[in-house]
Design a binder for this molecule. Sequence first.
Ligand SMILES: [Zn+2]
Length: 365
Amino acid sequence: MSWSFPIGRLFGSELRIHVTFLLLLGWIAYAGWQAGGSTAAIAHTLFAIALFACVIAHEFGHALTARRYGIATPDITLLPIGGVARMERMPEKPGQEIVVALAGPAVNLAIWALLGLLSGTFGAAGSGSNGGALTGQTLASLPADLARVNLWIALFNLLPAFPMDGGRVLRALLAMRTGRVTATRRAAQAGQALALLMGLAGFATGNLILLLIGFFILMAAGAESSEVAMQSALRGLKARDAMITSYETLTPEDSLDAAAAALIRTTQHEFPVIAAPGRRPVGLLTRTDLFAALSQTPRPREVAAVMQRDLPRAGPEDELEKVLQLLADGAPAVMIPGLQGGLLGYVTRENVGELMVMMANRQQR
Ligand SMILES: [Zn+2]
């Protein structure tokens, strides 16, 4: 995730902090200082840090449970709205997904119970709100305040709507009967309805934070739904099914004028660059890179100076999902070399898109 930087590693996952999170901490300290001087500023900041430690613990609840099913979590990012654990993949067995989803809120419930026991007062869920919790606490009330907010975090995350943990539980329960795509669509619709309610409530009460959370939920619910639909449309397809096999190539020694002529002559937007001995693919010249090179002074002479090297490769029998992942990581194309080292074909985002349109039409019939 951009605009975030690593602060360390814990249990095999990299911990990252988004810059906006630091802005939030600064704002909390400033608001505390304005309300009650330096003591209040310290109390507010400590509270915020403790709160986000609980959010991290929540994410590790997911991450460490997922690890039991062999799923790694490369990084956990702290945002002002909470944490995001980026897992390698989501468990697809409904039972496993439920356990992983519930592990997060379970951590907050455990913290709530523990702090409640320690401070001797179980903070009631009704005596405050997420927004209100950030104002008015003192050092003495910190454990009780923290306990109450943990209860809120657990309850909020258990709402049965995407992208909350409760939405994953709902999706998993529905998936046992209807299949994953339909189940995800339903859970996402629940998320969109919830987002709408929160947005309306935010408007009605003038609560900007509620409005923002509603907006975030709306975005995340839609994204999850289309991603799952795409995954399922591509399931069972191989790299071979999506690869371009009819194309013109360039050599590293070709001039940029020759490349420009090829761009005009064909409908291709990218040209595999093939080295003469063994016809090995050594790179790819994209239209964007060619245009940029043509406007440079002095202008590079040869394709070799402009082409992209070290493109990701996949085998013709590899899952198309793997190819798509490589493209999603930013590569302009994935090369598919043959057994002799020559080029069998290549896959771009555009032609995977074309394939998906056709698959979608086929599924409707
Ligand atoms: Zn969670």
